[in-house]
Design a protein around this ligand. Structure first.
Ligand SMILES: Cc1ncc(C[n+]2csc(CCOP(=O)(O)OP(=O)(O)O)c2C)c(N)n1
Ligand code: SF4
Ligand SMILES: [Mg+2]
Length: 350
């Protein structure tokens, strides 16, 4: 069940380059628990898409099953949407993206949806470098089914019932890096200043972009002893640096110190400025990214920010040399290679 947001808005809400207000990027009223981290992530998605002036009909939002996978109902109400089966969002995105490369694909999943039932699908969509943004709303538990530990719950993390988790955690950023993801970031639902530019950069990146967002479940996993609670994450988040995203055609007005920062131009002409804080981390080197994540994990910290970016990413369409046109615009003339070509193919197989 979903509820509609009242249409009335302040007449002077700021508009973007398309003349749309932020309200044009919102969805239905959220039915998630008050204070759920997932709602804050939805807010960041709305802000990023509004500020990037994306036509809402140019976005397709897809998800699996879970409180997190319900979240797309609460943002981008004028975009395409598909709520799929538990853990199967990646294969649905793959099919849609192969049929129409003109849309921005935004996959939303949970830690249960991704790291357990959907682990195989997650690994392969990262390996194939599908051009999509994959956001995990990571609360370390199965929120929708009343808070069981998920595979991303840290060993020793204490549940609301008081039991310590006995198993080692799956780190989705490390897994994505191992699988060949070309953009890997981690953030916190409560840190919009970091999350919004990361979402913008992920949308502009051509290839598979994972953002693993720690998103506390206030109802089942926000207790003392949990490593996914608001208090723990606020005390233990260590940023790689700050990220500033500058869309194509916008004048660069931000100042940054040479030597401590990088400017990266993305495929669409936008750029990211990275103000490095962690001197050991080279975000363009996969090994350095893996070593640093492990270093922080061992120290009990959570490394946030842009962790890895492959500037030379070649997405699945480039690798497969697919047509630039959506499949439903191709005519028989486009698809039929002609008699002579068929004869040549047959001859080459004899
Ligand atoms: C095939 C299948 N198996 C199990 C379930 C039960 N189920 C629903 S949501 C869920 C896990 C949700 O956890 P997560 O993806 O972390 O989302 P959250 O609710 O925490 O945001 C499970 C196991 C299901 N719906 N379908
Ligand atoms: S149960 Fe947890 S994850 Fe689900 S809506 Fe409530 S706070 Fe959010
Ligand atoms: Mg979860």
């Amino acid at each position: 069940m979903s509820y509609q947001i009242p249409k009335f808005r302040h007449p002077q809400l700021p508009v973007n380059d398309l003349g749309y207000t932020k309200a044009d990027y919102e969805g239905s009223i959220s039915t998630l628990c008050a204070g759920c981290g997932h709602d804050s992530i939805s807010g960041s998605i709305v802000r990023a898409c509004h500020e990037l002036s994306i036509e809402p009909h140019k976005i397709a939002k897809l998800s699996g099953i879970g409180c997190s996978s319900k979240a797309p109902t609460y943002f981008l109400g004028k975009s395409h949407g598909f709520n799929s089966v538990h853990g199967r969002m990646p294969s649905v995105v793959t099919g849609a993206a192969m049929a129409n490369r003109d849309l921005i694909y935004l996959g939303v999943s949970g830690d249960g949806d991704t790291a357990s039932i959907g682990m195989g699908q997650f690994a392969h969509v990262a390996r194939r470098n599908l051009n999509m943004v994959y956001i995990v709303m990571n609360n370390g538990c199965y929120g929708l089914t009343k808070g069981q530990d998920s595979a991303t719950a840290d060993e020793g993390s204490v549940s609301k019932k008081g039991d310590a988790n006995m198993y080692s955690a799956i780190d989705l950023c490390a897994t994505a890096l191992q699988m060949g993801a070309t953009f890997v970031a981690r953030s916190f639902s409560g840190d919009k200043e970091q999350l919004v530019p990361l979402i913008k950069a992920a949308i502009s990146h051509r290839g598979f972009a994972l953002i693993d967002v720690v998103s506390p479940c206030v109802t089942f996993n926000n207790n003392p002893g949990s490593t996914k609670s608001y208090e723990f994450v606020r005390d233990h988040a260590e940023a790689t640096g700050t990220v500033d995203f500058v869309p194509m055609q916008k004048e660069i007005t931000t100042a940054y110190e040479a030597g401590s920062s990088h400017e990266v131009t993305l495929h669409d002409g936008s750029s990211i400025h990275l103000y490095k804080m962690d001197e050991d981390l080279d975000p363009f080197d996969r090994t350095s990214a893996l070593i640093n994540m492990e270093k922080h994990r061992t120290a009990g910290d959570i490394l946030t920010g842009l962790i890895y970016l492959n500037k030379d990413s070649r997405d699945l369409h480039e690798v497969m040399e697919t047509t630039r046109r959506p499949l439903n615009t191709l005519t028989e003339d486009d698809l039929c290679p002609g008699n002579q070509m068929l004869k040549n193919i047959n001859a080459s197989l004899r």
